[in-house]
Design a protein around this ligand. Structure first.
Ligand SMILES: [Fe+2]
Ligand SMILES: [Fe+2]
Length: 237
């Protein structure tokens, strides 16, 4: 986020805080949501839920890369080792060590504390841990030397299959159940602050335009595999 965007965002938050103070004098608690419309603190910015959902979009594009690699392997072709290694390294740094860490540090404890969706949160956490084990395996075997051995090809294929199988429902459940419930466990201010914290963390780990750069990296991998052009997926006739 640029400095001017940050200033704009903070100005909106200050307005929101002032509106909240006014409501407090009217008898509402600090955690109650205002009933009257308030200035939109997210205007021109990315809300936490939108931030997390677009990261899922990036995850899904890597699932498509994994799917294409599997299709080739099942078709008797060479596995695209380099594309898989690059994809798995994006999963490690951007999905597991950033996106999922945000969920684990900033979302899951909120739901547990509020006693909401606790069972779901436990399953999601177990799946994050399982995903990291699968990525360990993918990173270990996704290189030309290792993939000369048929057993390692099978290990890679199993790892990719299990990753796709788990993360398709995982991300869909978070998008449709967990993220929409976020506003039930956070006050408006906490929700806005979380958006800022996500932006700051992304900037700290990946620099300016971190998300856009990751999308660019995934697009390059798609081009190498010939799955970038969206039109090819439209049914003919
Ligand atoms: Fe997750
Ligand atoms: Fe997620």
């Amino acid at each position: 986020m640029s400095q001017s965007q940050q200033q704009t965002r903070r100005a909106f938050i200050q307005i929101g805080a002032a509106a909240g103070a006014g409501l407090l004098l009217g008898g509402c608690s600090a955690t109650q949501r205002p009933s009257a419309p308030s200035p939109n603190p997210q205007e021109g910015n990315v809300s936490p839920a939108e931030d997390l959902m677009r990261e899922h979009g990036l995850l899904r594009r890597i699932l498509l890369v994994y799917g294409e690699a599997l299709r080739r392997m099942e078709d008797g072709q060479e596995p695209p080792a380099e594309a898989l290694a690059d994809s798995a390294s994006i999963i490690r740094s951007f999905v597991e060590e950033y996106h999922e860490k945000l969920e684990e540090d900033s979302l899951f404890p909120r739901f547990r504390k509020a006693g909401k969706l606790v069972d779901l949160v436990e399953v999601l956490l177990e799946q994050h841990q399982a995903g990291r084990r699968l990525t360990d395996t993918t990173l270990k075997v996704a290189n030309a030397q290792s993939l000369k051995l048929p057993a390692n090809r099978e290990t890679l294929a199993d790892s990719l299959r299990q990753f796709i199988r788990m993360y398709s429902p995982h991300a869909a459940r978070e998008d449709t159940v967990l993220f929409p419930a976020l506003r039930e466990v956070l006050s408006d201010k906490e929700y806005d602050d979380l958006g800022d914290a996500f932006e700051d963390k992304e900037q700290e780990l990946f620099g300016a335009d971190g998300f856009e750069k990751m999308v660019g990296r995934v697009a390059e991998i798609e081009k190498r595999l010939g799955i970038y052009d969206l039109k090819q997926f439209t049914p003919v006739g």
